[in-house]
Design a protein around this ligand. Structure first.
Ligand SMILES: [Zn+2]
Length: 186
């Protein structure tokens, strides 16, 4: 049965935790890093946070390991409370890439909520049913577009800053700049 109060509560919860992930993205962005942030929530409590690293100024090559989601998953190792992935939700300001999507599945987390889609490197659209059993049986729930505009703003700023070279002149950059233009046209 559709319960409007329950639905409203879910929307509100998603936005509250996405704001915390956006805070992490803002921390990364303020350092000149690609502005992606992540929080992992277990039973209503934040148990891990992560901000993108390895993309900032002065790098001769970028890190493709230090994604916000991987850093959040890694930070779980320092927790003293037992992590229960089945009760947890991962909130990320950008759609996870294939590496992160796989790591989230391997960690046993069943639900991902993200803000801004990644039309260039997003991995959550991959067809798990044609893969090996662990992935086939993952039964992931994915919610997209939560506070999308706020995340888009961060990427727009990133791509507009001279000196930010990560994914410079990429499909993602062109797509992001175009999204902003079309949203201001409305
Ligand atoms: Zn990733």
């Amino acid at each position: 049965m559709f319960d409007i109060h329950e639905e409203y509560k879910k929307v509100l919860e998603n936005e509250i935790f996405m704001r915390l992930a956006l805070e992490q993205a803002g921390i990364a962005g303020a350092k000149g890093e690609f502005p992606v942030g992540c929080v992992i929530v277990q039973a209503g409590q934040v148990v891990a946070t992560g901000a993108r690293k390895g993309t900032g100024p002065g790098k001769v090559s970028f890190s493709e390991i230090d994604h916000a989601e991987i850093r959040a998953l890694k930070s779980l190792e320092g927790n003293t409370e037992k992590f229960n992935p089945k009760e947890s939700v991962l909130f990320c300001t950008m759609e996870p890439c294939l590496m992160c999507f796989a790591a989230i599945i391997l960690a046993g987390i069943k639900k991902i909520v993200y803000a801004y889609e990644d039309p260039m490197g997003g991995g959550t659209c991959c067809d798990l049913s044609s893969m090996t059993p662990l992935y086939q049986e993952a039964k992931m729930t994915i919610v997209s577009g939560v506070l999308r505009e706020k995340s888009l703003d961060l990427f727009y700023d990133f791509f507009n800053k001279e000196g930010n070279l990560y994914w410079k002149d990429s499909f993602l950059e062109r797509y992001t700049l175009e999204q902003k233009r079309s949203s201001t046209r409305k």
